[in-house]
Design a binder for this molecule. Structure first.
Ligand code: SF4
Length: 363
């Protein structure tokens, strides 16, 4: 089978809307052709800096402008991160993904500290991923040099629907960061969220944008919105498991080599529902009782599910060899003090403005 980058939205919609049994069969067949169906990669997501983000992503409790109950914290220390990584490793995770609620990376002591975290985790023989917002090419190179395995930067939704969710940056800015990561040997992790009020057409549009990237992202997280009180999307209904299965299966078919990650929203899914997602081609999950700030199933529950399904956690570096870590003192790259360029769109999103002003009136 040949990898395709020329999918059309009509073709993707046709796949998404197939009768469920046909869709499952086709996705599972492709999955078996490219992956071991009994191996699932387990990642642990760690919020290394929580809350206070200047962006206005409508789904996110970490945006400073919304009134949510999350507890913010400053950047964690390297030792704290190391301790958490060791715990994650002991419970079967092969990857640690570190998230910081930043609009973009700024060169300076905090980024240097993140680079040290990357070095430390890579030396524990675990895959290291970061999600730090927008980055420049130089920053991507510095992360690569420290031993970063993957960089996460989600497209979130289709280009058209993106404007309904975020007004502080543009869809093209997302692609620019992915492009900067692609100039290094760091793999790309990029996916999105369903259940934000988007249409099926938008879901297909998001998959189209991802599938047309060449190379396609090495991993694609599929999240179901966890509607958090205080955010503009607080009233959105929980995504039906069938929608999740359709999304996973369609992702598997249009991006056969990619690791498809079942991400946020698993607490709302039964084990049987998750089993169907694995059958449809999901081969990665986030483990740990928290996903940045929203709840996630307990690690022991996940291991019981793995046992029941005969699934085996994948070893680290099963897909690509371990990057080398260059120590800070031997670094080839220096901080340039540059900022990623991003657009300031002119559109406004009423529900985001309302959620922000509600916060002010409650303060
Ligand atoms: S999703 Fe990321 S960029 Fe958007 S508000 Fe939350 S932390 Fe900030």
């Amino acid at each position: 089978m040949q990898l395709r980058h020329d999918w059309t939205k009509e073709e993707i919609l046709e796949i998404y809307n197939k009768p469920m049994m046909d869709l499952l069969y086709e996705a599972a067949t492709i999955h078996r052709e490219f992956h071991d169906p009994n191996k699932v990669q387990v990642s642990t997501l760690l919020s290394i800096k929580t809350g206070g983000c200047p962006e206005d992503c409508g789904y996110c409790p970490q945006a400073a402008r919304y009134h949510t109950d999350i507890e913010g914290n400053d950047l964690m220390s390297v030792n704290q991160v190391k301790a958490q990584a060791l715990r994650a490793k002991a419970s079967g995770s092969s990857r640690v993904c570190m998230g910081a609620a930043w609009r973009n990376v700024k060169d300076g002591p905090e980024f240097d500290q993140v680079l040290e975290m990357v070095r430390t985790i890579n030396k524990l023989d675990m895959e290291v991923c970061c999600t730090l917002g927008m980055i420049t090419e130089n920053q991507a190179l510095r992360l690569a040099e420290a031993g970063l395995y993957a960089y996460n930067h989600n497209l979130d939704s289709s280009e058209e629907y993106y404007k309904e969710i975020i007004s502080t940056r543009d869809f093209k800015d997302r692609l620019a960061t992915i492009d900067n990561v692609r100039k290094t040997n760091v793999t790309v992790c990029s996916g999105g969220i369903i259940g934000m009020g988007e249409s099926v057409d938008d879901r297909a549009g998001m998959l189209l944008a991802l599938a047309r990237l060449n190379p396609q992202p090495e991993s694609v997280p599929i999240n179901a919105l966890v509607a958090v009180e205080g955010t503009p999307l607080e009233d959105q209904k929980t995504v039906e498991i069938w929608e999740m299965i359709r999304m996973v299966a369609t992702t598997r078919i249009v991006m056969p080599l990619t690791q498809v990650r079942l991400s946020a929203g698993r607490t709302e899914m039964s084990r049987e529902g998750q089993a169907l997602c694995f059958f449809a081609g999901a081969n990665s999950i986030f483990a740990g009782d928290k996903l940045l700030t929203t709840p996630n199933p307990d690690v022991n529950e996940d291991m019981k599910m793995f046992d029941a399904l005969g699934l085996i956690p994948m070893k680290p570096f099963a897909k690509k060899s371990q990057p080398k870590t260059v120590e800070a003192s031997d670094s080839e790259y220096v901080a340039l003090g540059e900022k990623p360029k991003w657009t300031r769109p002119e559109h406004k999103i009423e529900r985001n403005i309302e959620a922000a002003s509600k916060r002010k009136s409650e303060a």
